[in-house]
Design a binder for this molecule. Structure first.
Ligand code: GLN
Ligand code: ZN
Length: 755
């Protein structure tokens, strides 16, 4: 048995690539310098893997922006608007990645989407009528040869043709079946060149095989791979899948002439069953994805060994089993070695990318019979990692169905809320944050550096809150917010105040392009030991007679944007967070806060990839977790929620079932299509479909927003409609935000006249 890595993080342990790329964009360094820095990073990554003893080391997993965009540029899927620009190839690539505005022209970027069920975002390849698939790039070959020069034989890796087509957009120009021969040919060109270079293994990544697949999609896959595999010559082809199991296509895949198949045994709940029922092909190598590429906990060797033994047994003693990551390590941080603030007794439980390399090698040895390594590893798992908080456990164990049901019904709550709040029709509000201006950030930095004390820090934020409230009152908003100046991030802020979380210094994970996030780690049982937002909310409310919204992040979003525990279920962990947030909700209510918003910005993110799993594996606990947060409030307290997207057509019933009184969401960029669905499904929650896009610096005019409100009113009765922007204003500057809000309030007032 040997070991394989699917992909390695590429941004640099100190995010060197991020900073270098940004300096390149700013014109501070030239392309040569940027490429040199990139090359050093690639070398270091390869050598780290080599030193660790990995046998199958990938190349071409590096990217200046995104691996899907790299594939598009390799295969000539470059929309004309970028190809035409009088720019270097690299700058055309960046233009497609992030748009371009300058001497050479003015073009918007390609669309960006979440990469399956991760927090990584890829650029959506765009096919045009003229798109001709052909090999035009050299990156994959260059990086193979470069590694070879350094003495490392690598496995060039590339997004596979089926996944590429599945993710690409504008396919309506030509149907997939018509595109299949062309894309197969382009990949054959790649394969031929790899043959010429003497490449031994070529890995094609096909995560789209873990989605629900129709007969037509299975046929499409076969029609692409059949000709491709006929041309493989000496190169061995690995079909690499991840993020789930490939139950729909497994038998077909077995029949194709692949030399290796990579299966995911972490997220692929049916992978073992597939092999047990349908066997494996003795001639092929099985790459067993066993070290979790998405989470940061140490691998439990005993559990992994059991899986490996079963694989061996079910696959009828297939000779070649390679221990692999469950997916690319792109989704975990570099190394725990950079976390000098975390105590050793914690550290020993963590495994980031570099540590996962060691795990792969050790698992290989354990499988071959190394008892010492197994015993050592078992010490970590022989006793519970954290002491269970009995109080929390009792609370969760004693939850009854009543704890998830708010009484009276939403319908019956309308009147008491209206009596207390006394709002006009089409009330105006914002999503919570006001611009995080330089002074707000400086204040935070000053506290971190110890230049000011906590009192001074708070005093500054309180001054900002006061200005914010005064501005909203003066400009006629109806339900006010305190502005969220005390928050760095909507999850980190709560994680820092709640017990049970651990924060890292350098555990960055790439989100898109040069942007990285540093998710908190849920270490233990979560509970509220101090108020989370009470003081700020109370202070803000004391300044005005208008209602000020209490502002919280919901349990599902906190969980989805953290590294979750593996020793208890995500459901249990989310319920713990929900109970903690629920305490804050009641504290806010007791302090006289009449409207409380519980943001679930990321509710959709962990929706399982297969529709058939949506309810049983996710919504059945995620929605109750939200209900748990607010079920105990009084009828007259109004509960809002907010989501950062509008694609909830397919989960509309679940969202209504959250039983909030009001929901705000993004709608301006999606042509308000969602409104038809709301109508169709008789959506009960009051809605604030964002009337303008806060992701753009543009200031929309009063007329424009008035027209949007009119369009909304055609679909939804006025008494159910709120007027608000589509997300928080923290990334905007003050001038834009204020001008937009003034126009928004004027638009709402005008719309009221005809109600
Ligand atoms: N209340 C948060 C804000 O206004 C919501 C942010 C979000 O939806 N991502 O910033
Ligand atoms: Zn949002």
């Amino acid at each position: 048995m040997t070991t394989a890595v699917i992909g390695y993080p590429r941004i640099g342990a100190e995010r060197q690539l991020k900073f270098a790329t940004q300096r390149y964009w700013a014109g501070d360094i030239d392309q040569t310098k940027l490429e040199q820095i990139a090359k050093e990073l690639r070398k270091e990554n390869l050598e780290t893997q080599k030193r660790a003893g990995i046998d199958f080391i990938p190349s071409n997993d590096f990217s200046f922006y995104d691996q899907v965009l790299d594939a598009a540029f390799l295969l000539n899927v470059i929309p004309k608007r970028y190809a035409q620009l009088d720019l270097s190839d690299l700058d055309k690539y960046f233009a497609a990645a992030r748009g371009y505005q300058g001497k050479a022209g003015d073009v918007a970027a390609l669309a960006m989407k979440k990469w399956f069920n991760t927090n990584y975002h890829y650029l959506v390849p765009q096919l045009e009528a003229e798109t001709e698939f052909k090999l035009v790039g050299t990156k994959i070959f260059d990086e193979y040869l470069e590694a070879k020069q350094w003495g490392i034989e690598t496995v060039p890796t590339l997004i596979g043709p089926y996944t590429f087509l599945t993710l690409a957009n504008n396919k309506f120009y030509r149907p997939d079946t018509e595109l299949a021969p062309a894309i197969a040919n382009a990949y054959i060109e790649v394969l031929t060149k790899l043959n010429d270079l003497g490449v031994k293994w070529f890995s094609l990544q096909e995560p789209a095989l873990v989605l629900d697949m129709s007969e037509a999609q299975i046929a499409l896959f076969e029609s692409i791979y059949k000709p491709l595999l006929e041309k493989k010559n000496k190169v061995k082809v690995l079909l690499q899948t991840y993020f789930g199991d490939i139950r729909d296509i497994y038998p077909k895949v077995l029949n194709q002439d692949f030399d290796g198949i990579g299966l995911d045994f972490v997220e692929g709940t049916k992978s073992l069953d597939m092999i047990s029922l349908q066997g494996f092909d003795k001639k092929k190598t099985l790459f067993a994805g066993i070290v979790n590429g998405k989470n940061i906990w140490r691998n439990n060797y005993k559990a992994s060994l059991e899986i490996l033994k079963k694989i061996q047994e079910f696959s009828k003693d297939v000779e070649n089993i390679v221990v692999s990551g469950s997916c690319s390590f792109l989704h975990v941080p570099y190394t725990i070695k950079n976390e000098n603030k975390i105590l050793p007794e914690f550290v020993k439980y963590f495994s980031f990318a570099q540590e996962k390399l060691t795990e792969l090698v050790q698992l290989d040895k354990v499988f071959k019979g190394d008892q010492d390594l197994l015993a050592q590893n078992q010490k970590l798992f022989s006793a519970p990692r954290v002491v269970k908080d009995e109080q929390i456990k009792t609370k969760i164990d004693s939850l009854t169905p009543q704890d998830f049901i708010r009484v009276p019904t939403r319908e019956e709550r309308i009147k008491p809320q209206a009596d207390v709040l006394n709002l006009p029709i089409l009330p105006t509000t914002t999503i919570g944050s006001f611009p995080q201006t330089a002074d707000v950030k400086e204040n935070r930095t000053a506290l971190k550096r110890g230049e000011i004390n906590k009192q001074e820090y708070d005093a500054f934020n309180y001054k900002k809150i006061k200005e914010c409230i005064q501005w909203q009152e003066k400009n006629g908003l109806d339900v006010l917010v305190h502005g969220e100046f005390e928050r760095n991030d909507m999850v980190e802020y709560f994680g820092e105040k709640l017990a049970g979380f651990i924060f890292t210094k350098n555990a960055w994970v790439q989100s898109y392009g040069t942007r990285c996030v540093k998710p908190p780690i849920i270490w233990g049982d979560v509970k509220r030991t101090v108020p989370l937002t009470l003081d700020e909310s109370k202070y803000a409310q004391s300044l005005t007679t208008k209602p000020v919204k209490g502002m919280l992040t919901g349990p599902v979003t906190i969980l989805n944007w953290s590294f979750p525990r593996e020793d208890i279920s995500v459901k249990e962990s989310t319920y713990q967070i929900a109970l903690a947030i629920a305490e804050e909700v009641l504290a806010l209510e007791a302090a006289g806060i009449k409207v409380i918003q519980i943001d679930e910005a990321a509710l959709r993110e962990k929706l399982p990839l297969r529709k058939s799993d949506w309810n049983s594996q996710y919504l059945d606990w995620a929605i109750p977790a939200f209900r748990l947060v607010h079920a105990k409030v009084k009828p007259e307290t109004q509960i809002h929620t907010h989501m950062c997207y509008s694609e909830f057509n397919d989960i509309i019933a679940a969202i209504d079932d959250m039983d909030a009184d009001v929901i705000s969401f993004e709608a301006s960029r999606s042509d308000l299509r969602i409104l038809d669905y709301l109508k169709l499904h008789n959506f009960q929650t009051q809605v604030g479909p964002g009337v303008y896009d806060i992701h753009s610096p543009r200031v929309p005019s009063m007329e424009e927003m008035y027209r949007t409100i009119e369009a909304i009113l055609k679909k939804i009765p006025a008494k159910k409609v709120w007027v608000n922007p589509d997300c928080g204003l923290k990334t905007r500057d003050t001038k834009e935000a204020e001008a937009s809000l003034i126009n928004m309030v004027a638009a709402a007032k005008k719309a009221r006249e005809s109600c």
